[in-house]
Design a protein around this ligand. Structure first.
Ligand code: ASP
Length: 352
């Protein structure tokens, strides 16, 4: 009897050990090259509900997401770099008034547009970022220029504009960024914030109003090229009614953007203060590096568990070194699209 018990315990221990070291089927799949190259984008996350969207608007968003991602896909398919794919894809969205980046950026409390962007190269871990520029047509291009042509990672405000001008980037009149829709959103939010300010928690009112009344709309892109290099970029106008030179997560490397060829690339969108506090983009990469998590496990833990517990809302698009891709968000919707190396296209808006 004793002997049998001994053998039984031995078998249980053995099985237990086996379970610990045997990778799950998801891990096995993720460890195999899924795509030689791939690209994934977002156009912001938030309270994006089917009931509030006309069929025409929905079609417009989907068409623009498709147009943007196909630009990046073509670059990758032709053997171009992930840096170029991220730049050109984001520029399509920056130039569209549909998104809160470049033209169509949200308004600050003072009725101006202040733009933030960042870029990271997963091969060298080099990065560039810009915060609070008001007259540079393509903030993502400026972020990349800061990475390639300066000794710095982040420039802000007037200095960043001078740098952009010196480097020959396109400078526009600040009115270029104006859109009536975004201006009206600001007015609505200001009006509701006034009412809310009678409440006790005055600080919350500013953001509550923003969250309730507007979607976010930041844009981001992560790409893996045929040479195995991952790049990630994010561009935004920030949050409606921001003031005092508020800077969100989008230009913060590790929060809004992160890329490392050893793990993955990430671009975030959502309530920036929480993404900064949670170091969301870097945390995903770190969980993969230090805990051997799959991309799906890491993005799901960081967004559905950690960010949600913190009280943050938003999401990420992420892509790993093997071409696995992940959309993860805890909001009602996220404008998003992906394309694999076979050219299969996914374009979605709501939770499905
Ligand atoms: N994350 C951006 C910010 O907080 C906003 C957004 O994603 O739409 O500035």
């Amino acid at each position: 009897m004793k002997k049998h018990l001994l053998i039984l315990s031995f078998l249980i221990v053995l099985l237990g050990c086996k379970n610990e070291i045997t990778p799950s089927s998801e891990e096995k799949r993720d460890a195999i090259k899924q795509n030689e190259f791939a690209i994934i984008i977002h156009g912001g996350a938030g309270t994006i509900l089917k009931k509030n969207m006309s069929d025409e608007k929905e079609a417009e968003y989907k068409a623009k997401l498709e147009e943007a991602i196909k630009v990046g896909y073509a670059i990758l398919n032709n053997g171009g770099t992930s840096q170029d794919a991220v730049l050109k894809t984001i520029q399509v969205m920056e130039e569209s008034p549909l998104f809160n980046a470049g033209k169509g950026a949200v308004f600050t409390h003072e009725e101006t547009n202040e733009l933030d962007a960042s870029f990271m190269d997963g091969k060298t871990l080099n990065a560039g970022a810009v915060a609070g520029v008001t007259n540079v047509k393509s903030p993502i291009e400026l972020a990349i220029k800061i990475m390639t042509d300066s000794d710095h990672v982040m420039l802000s405000g007037k200095g960043a504009s001078v740098f952009a001008k010196d480097k020959g980037l396109e400078i526009v009149d600040p009115s270029y960024f104006y859109t009536e829709n975004r201006f009206k959103s600001l007015q609505r939010i200001k009006a509701s914030a006034k009412t809310e300010l009678n409440r006790d928690d005055k600080k919350a009112a500013f953001y509550d109003a923003d969250i309730k009344n507007s979607k976010f709309g930041t844009v981001g892109c992560v790409a893996l090229d045929k040479n195995g290099n991952i790049s990630a970029g994010t561009s935004t106008g920030g949050m409606t009614n921001k003031r005092w030179g508020r800077i969100g997560d989008a230009p913060i490397i590790g929060s809004g953007t992160y890329a490392n060829n050893k793990t993955c690339g990430v671009s975030s969108t959502g309530w920036g203060e929480y993404f900064i506090r949670g170091q969301v983009a870097y945390d995903i990469s770190a969980q993969m590096e230090y805990q051997q998590k799959t991309l799906k496990e890491a993005t799901s833990d960081v967004i559905q568990n950690k960010l949600t517990k913190l009280g943050g809302t938003g999401g990420v698009v992420a892509l790993d070194k093997n071409g696995n891709m992940s959309f993860e968000f805890n909001t009602a919707g996220m404008y998003r699209a992906s394309m694999n190396d076979k050219g299969d296209l996914v374009v979605k808006i709501y939770k499905e």
